[in-house]
Write a protein that binds this ligand. Structure first.
Ligand code: DQA
Length: 146
């Protein structure tokens, strides 16, 4: 797998979870679209969603051993809390894009702090499911250039 698409807690609830904030597409819809676009570009996606910090960290560690070239990550609530997941991203050194469906800067103060933005290649926030497509474009470009 060339690209790891990693989604954090509660994102398995997309489609029914706060649709005004996160839209009506399910995570399955999003993953299927991104996987198809990746295949069109000659790449493959390994998708993992986890409600636990441990599961996400283990998946990031595994990525460093299976030749993953890029990570697209929506750390969800762990964005604002997890030094441990940040450290895992630093430990593997794999380039990544941080994605949020909602515009975290338009919301509560605590959502404005991210443990990932300063070590990401870039951040996409507020474009709903389309944000994952933007992130995939960036990943394809990065992989071609490196
Ligand atoms: C989110 C934003 C986070 O603040 C929130 O905890 C989420 C989803 C987003 O995609 O907009 O679970 O990452």
């Amino acid at each position: 797998m060339n690209i790891l698409l990693l989604n954090g807690p509660n994102l398995n609830m997309l489609g029914i979870r706060e649709p005004d904030q996160y839209g009506t597409q399910t995570l399955g819809d999003i993953v299927s679209r991104i996987s198809t676009l990746a295949i069109d570009a000659g790449l493959s996606i390994d998708h993992h969603q986890d409600n636990s910090e441990v599961g996400m960290i283990d998946k990031v560690h595994a990525a460093s051993k299976n030749n993953t070239k890029y990570i697209i990550i929506n750390p969800a609530a762990f964005t604002h809390t997890s030094v441990a997941l940040r450290d895992a991203m630093l430990a593997t050194g794999i380039a990544f894009t941080e994605v949020h469906l909602s515009n975290v800067y338009k919301r509560e103060e605590f959502r404005k702090r991210s443990y990932f933005s300063d070590i990401a290649e870039g951040v996409i926030s507020g474009f709903g499911a389309q944000g994952y497509e933007f992130a995939l474009d960036a990943a394809i470009k990065y992989i071609k250039e490196h």
